[in-house]
Design a protein around this ligand. Structure first.
Ligand code: ADP
Ligand code: MG
Length: 250
């Protein structure tokens, strides 16, 4: 679905992505994981052509993603930005319908699609006319997901979709989201900082550090055949925290 070749991006002298090669397979869930600032959001934005690399090429379904082509290519991609990014002055329905309205869909088609998506994302339809401030964090994320799914894109790109949620809501949404991914058969890219979430959602995990890929593989490959010390350190850092908490509790 995506091919990245020798891709680099520098922000005012700081390398965000360095000489990166990656292919992302269709119909599967790929997870970008790594420490804060390692380039996960930059990478997901490059897939959409929101950031154009200084060197190298990003291809979507074989076609280079350029400033000129990105707008059309982006119609095949649904994006949930880090933090959700709902417009506060639009209702849930208005947020979800944004792209469809822009493309001139008739209102009855938009209304029908909104109900369909509320069902898929398990958002009660009576919440569709509320503003984001009148919704819980979990409900807002469902609306952000509805917005991303509105045009029935082949690709779904989610940047830390559970970042700000409390653990119970997060757990529930993770479970539901995995079912949604399976049912819809989309190509999905998810950014997370949580290794358990990566293991749960990802068919393929891409571990990044300082704008480079440390390892790409299944969770089993990362755990059993770490490419370098950092892989084990990253995984066990989160596991150690859990063990410490368990020890403290017993
Ligand atoms: P992550 O999502 O993994 O936390 P980002 O992709 O947001 O990381 O950022 C990667 C690096 O690029 C960081 O050092 C960040 O400060 C820098 N960066 C990202 N976006 C910009 C920008 N628009 N301007 C300047 N620096 C940026
Ligand atoms: Mg980020």
């Amino acid at each position: 679905m995506f091919e990245l070749e020798n891709v680099s991006k520098v922000f005012s002298g700081v390398a965000a992505i360095t000489d990166l090669d990656l292919s992302i397979e269709a119909g599967r869930t790929t997870v970008f994981i790594g420490p804060s600032g390692c380039g996960k959001s930059t990478l997901i934005r490059m897939l959409m052509g929101l950031i154009i690399p200084e060197s190298g090429v990003v291809r979507f379904e074989g076609q280079p993603v350029t400033a000129a082509s990105a707008l059309e290519q982006r119609r095949h991609m649904g994006y949930v930005i880090q933090g959700g990014g709902l417009f506060p002055h639009l209702t849930a329905r208005g947020n979800a319908a944004l792209m469809a309205r822009y493309l001139g869909w008739p209102e009855n088609k938009i209304a029908a699609r909104a109900v369909e998506l509320a069902e898929i994302t398990h958002l009660p339809t009576d919440l569709l006319d509320r503003y984001p401030i009148q919704l819980s964090g979990g409900q807002r994320q469902r609306v952000a997901l509805m917005r991303a799914l509105m045009l029935d894109p082949e690709v779904l790109l989610l940047d830390e979709p559970f970042g700000a949620l409390d653990p119970m809501v997060r757990d529930k949404l993770q479970t539901e989201l995995r079912e949604i991914f399976r049912d819809l058969g989309k190509t999905v890219v998810v950014v997370t900082q949580d290794i358990a979430e990566a293991a749960y959602l990802g068919d393929v995990i891409v571990l990044l550090r300082d704008g480079r890929i440390v390892q790409r593989g299944t969770i089993g490959e990362l755990v059993n055949h770490p490419a370098e010390d950092f892989v084990g350190q990253f995984i066990s850092a989160q596991r150690t925290l859990m063990d410490t908490l368990k020890d403290g509790a017993s």
